[in-house]
Ligand binder design. Structure first.
Ligand code: CA
Ligand code: CA
Length: 423
């Protein structure tokens, strides 16, 4: 066993992660030094597996994940797995009626002062039935990933629609080569107290890393696919938001590398840390490396950071008019953003790349905005003089294997990122 592991590790070192022509990508490990997931024990996923599954259905995929034990496993995904079936009505509890839900909680009736938590606990109410329906959907669309697993797409068009990968409380997971179409929550909850005029909130990130360690997400495409927010209706004057995040890294998760992914067509994209009050689990954790990812046509959170030492280098941002911000500077975040390239449309300035949620220092060096070397902190501060950001995250990333000059990043990432580019 030691011998096999040594050969694999050597192979990964010699070839890097992006150029491995002619090898079995399912047995690749994260190269030594390639971001935070390579720290300490590194990330090998199921590379040494004797158990190799090839799945073509969501049920088959969940069965492969559920097989007992933590010996390494490889799950090859062929074609698109449909996690949520044809119709939301499959999950609806008896008596749930959305028209009645809308009538019962219309702000003209219910107001904006009282949340629905007590309703949820009261059998027979529409909020209770909505919650029961949501539980049925959650059971169907969430897939728990065990330790020592590689999940990899094979062939063209491999991926999952409507599913939520739960990498929760485990170590050593690799996810590669999948197109992950964001799950649509069939049963968003109306929260009248969220903001001044209420909001619809949804569950289900396409993937969540929750209290898990050594996770490598590589060459995946995260997208809203056929269901962008622009196709969603509005009720009570608010967007009926059926999406949550594309990727969340939360609750003590640590040692994550996300490389060569596409994150596209989404609002709240990538959240690292979900609460200012999570210091007990998150302080000193949430260490994530993001490199050579394409962030395209997004609104915000690419990523939004709390607590973590996050290293974002060589990422390409291609924005449209929906762009809100890229890097959200949150509570006790320690973001380093170097040699990224931003392509912003006319009318959207470099001062929007950063967003201050909290006065945490940030290192931003060597970045280009529309080809022009730009100090992102200075640009932010020029646009927001009343509440400036300070420079200097206080640490220096060393776990990098391949740093490209910023001027080639847009091109290199366009050519190499995403599920179809895994070779
Ligand atoms: Ca479906
Ligand atoms: Ca989430």
């Amino acid at each position: 066993m030691g011998c096999t592991a040594l050969v694999l590790a050597t192979t990964a070192l010699a070839t890097g992660t992006a150029q491995a022509h002619g090898r079995d990508t399912a047995r690749q490990t994260l190269a030594r030094g390639d971001g935070w997931a390579s720290a300490t024990t590194g990330t090998t996923g199921g590379a040494a597996a004797e158990r190799v599954f090839t799945v073509t259905t969501w049920a088959g995929f969940k069965a492969a994940l559920a097989e007992a034990g933590t010996a390494p496993r490889i799950i090859k995904v062929r074609g698109t797995l449909d996690a949520d079936g044809a119709d939301c009505s499959d999950f609806a509890a008896d008596g749930y009626d959305f028209a009645r839900y809308l009538a019962d909680y219309d702000p003209a009736v219910w107001g904006y002062d009282t949340d629905l938590e007590a309703e949820k606990a009261t059998a027979g109410t529409q909020e209770y039935l909505r919650d029961r329906s949501a539980a049925a959907q959650a059971k169907a669309v969430k897939a728990a990933v065990p330790a020592n697993t590689t999940i990899i797409g094979v062939g063209r068009g491999a991926g999952i629609t409507g599913g939520s990968l739960q990498i929760n409380g485990v170590d050593n997971v690799i996810v590669r080569g999948l197109t992950l179409e964001s799950p649509l929550d069939c049963f968003p909850q109306w929260d009248p107290t969220d903001g001044d005029t209420g909001n619809w909130n949804s569950e289900y990130d396409a993937a969540v890393v929750y209290n898990a360690t050594h996770v490598w997400l590589d060459h995946n495409t995260f997208t809203d696919g056929d269901h962008p927010d622009s196709t969603l209706p509005a009720y009570y004057g608010r967007l009926y938001q059926q999406h949550d995040g594309e990727l969340d890294v939360v609750k003590g998760a640590d040692h994550v590398t996300a490389s060569w992914n596409v994150f596209e067509d989404h609002d709240k994209t990538l959240m690292i840390g979900n609460s200012d009050g999570a210091g007990a689990t998150d302080e000193g954790k949430l260490r994530v490396t993001l490199h050579h990812n394409l962030f395209r046509n997004l609104v915000e959170r690419a990523p939004r950071v709390r607590f973590g030492q996050v290293d974002a280098y060589n990422n390409s941002y291609v924005a449209n008019g929906d762009f809100g911000y890229a890097f959200g500077i949150g509570f006790r975040s320690q973001l380093v953003a170097e040699k990224n390239a931003f392509t912003l449309p006319r009318g959207i300035g470099a001062g929007t790349v950063l967003h201050r949620w909290n006065d945490s220092p940030v290192t931003a060096e060597g970045n280009l905005v529309n080809g022009v070397p730009t100090d992102l902190v200075a640009a932010y501060n020029a646009a927001n003089p009343a509440a400036p950001l300070s420079s200097g995250a206080g640490w220096k990333p060393v776990l990098r294997t391949q740093v490209d000059p910023a001027r080639v990043v847009t091109r290199v990432v366009a050519r190499g990122a995403g599920a179809q580019q895994l070779r």
